[in-house]
Ligand binder design. Structure first.
Ligand code: FES
Length: 157
């Protein structure tokens, strides 16, 4: 389905250009606005962002695939990001990861049939001091154990 920024979001994008030396340098916040509008970064979003920023679709795709904050599929109502990087791993992240997969019945990158949950294993989210952690949409939940992680999932239903 074709993607175009809403008038309001297009204004936000144009305003962003004042803060960057080139249009290309604004690719991350522009993608973020697009994702907020569309729910995820589709091929049509990539096309539109590349047109607006006057860069190639490959350049946009490179950013989308590098950063876990950009979704390439429609996420669930609750997008669960489980960090398994070093600090979290040393404090039991893989136990949490396995428990969350079992609890939700999802594998990495999947969304539940009812659209409630999507699941993603991620690299460090910058919350190492309070590892292990899970992000639910934009909210970080820290110092988790397997038990409190499962309680967290239950609280979302
Ligand atoms: S290693 Fe998990 S937040 Fe840094």
């Amino acid at each position: 389905m074709e993607f175009k920024f809403t008038v309001e979001n297009h204004e936000k994008v144009v305003k962003l250009f004042d803060n960057y030396p080139t249009k290309k340098a604004a690719v991350m916040p522009v993608l973020y606005i697009a994702q907020e509008q569309n729910g995820y970064i589709s091929g049509e979003v990539i096309k539109e962002v590349s047109t607006i920023l006057e860069i190639s679709e490959e350049d946009v795709m490179g950013v989308v695939t590098f950063y876990t904050m950009y979704h390439q599929h429609m996420p669930g109502k609750y997008h669960l990001q489980v960090c398994t990087n070093v600090s979290c791993m040393l404090r039991g992240a893989y136990d949490i990861w396995e428990a969350v997969k079992t609890k939700t019945g999802l594998k990495n990158g999947e969304t539940s049939a009812d659209g409630l949950f999507s699941l993603e294993e991620v690299e460090c989210m910058g919350s190492c001091g309070t590892a292990p952690m899970i992000a639910v949409n934009e909210d970080f939940h820290d110092n988790l154990t397997k038990e409190t992680a499962l309680e967290l999932i239950d609280s979302l239903k």
